[in-house]
Design a protein. Structure first.
Length: 256
């Protein structure tokens, strides 16, 4: 049930971002800043540790994370997902001639978001919820980007918003119902960590610096970090308490 609610939320948050992009000019960057801090925290404090626990090989985790980071870099570089501000002058002619690839690239990027949520739930419910929170805020920014790309390239915004709203839902379903061995899951989580590091550092953080009150975006970024640290700490404490309870119950029944 939880995974379906998260899929619905991912779908709706894309539309929320699109709505705010057309109606609200300033406050949207507060949520984008929160997302940057949340996604960074999930990558460093949960995805990487969980992948290391599954693989028990620091080099393998590092290589998979670098592969994820590089994959997003190449997607961003060649498919040109990032929208330019309307007043900016883009000197890359391919961004104008191949604007359809921009939005298809954004949809692929959204599919990866959903896959990260689905596979994270396979590792643990705590990790799944933490990843979902970071991704939901990121879905908002993708809704903003879909509108910005459409405005920049004079295309129908809603067609691309619908596509980007559905893509993470598909990713969540694939990630949830595709069962993989534990070591493969470790590589997927490390790869996802690399994706998240790139999203935070290159996709979201720069948006926090665009002519907005520095104290507001800074406070929101730090709030994202602290909120996810609290959620992760609470989740792991709850899991540990349940494991200890099950362990003690098992010993009691064995003694009888």
């Amino acid at each position: 049930m939880t995974i379906f609610l998260i899929a619905l939320a991912a779908f709706l948050f894309t539309y929320l971002g699109a709505f705010c992009a057309t109606r609200i000019k300033d406050s949207k960057h507060t949520l984008i800043s929160f997302s940057a801090g949340a996604i960074l925290t999930v990558a460093l404090f949960d995805l990487i540790p969980e992948s290391f626990e599954a693989l028990n090989n620091f080099k393998a985790v590092s290589l998979a994370a670098i592969a994820g980071f590089t994959a997003y870099f190449l997607l961003n570089n060649f498919v040109a997902m990032t929208a330019h501000k309307e007043e900016d002058t883009c000197h890359n002619e391919s961004h104008h001639h191949y604007h359809n690839f921009n939005v298809y690239g954004l949809a692929l990027h959204s599919l990866f978001d959903g896959l990260a949520i689905g596979f994270s739930f396979q590792a643990s419910p705590t990790l799944g919820v933490a990843v979902a929170i970071g991704i939901l805020a990121h879905r908002f920014s993708d809704g903003v980007n879909a509108v910005a790309l459409s405005v920049k390239n004079h295309t129908n915004a809603w067609k691309w918003i619908h596509l980007n709203a559905l893509a993470p839902v598909l990713g969540i379903l694939i990630g949830t119902y595709t069962t993989v061995p534990n070591d493969v899951l470790g590589y997927i989580l490390a790869f996802s960590a690399g994706l998240f590091l790139y999203i935070s550092a290159s996709d979201l953080v720069p948006e926090c610096h665009h002519d907005h009150p520095k104290w507001m975006t800074s406070a929101s970024f730090i709030s994202g970090i602290l909120a996810l640290l609290l959620i992760l700490n609470f989740g792991h404490s709850h899991v540990n308490a349940e494991n200890e309870h099950d362990h003690s119950s098992h010993h009691s029944s064995h003694d009888h």
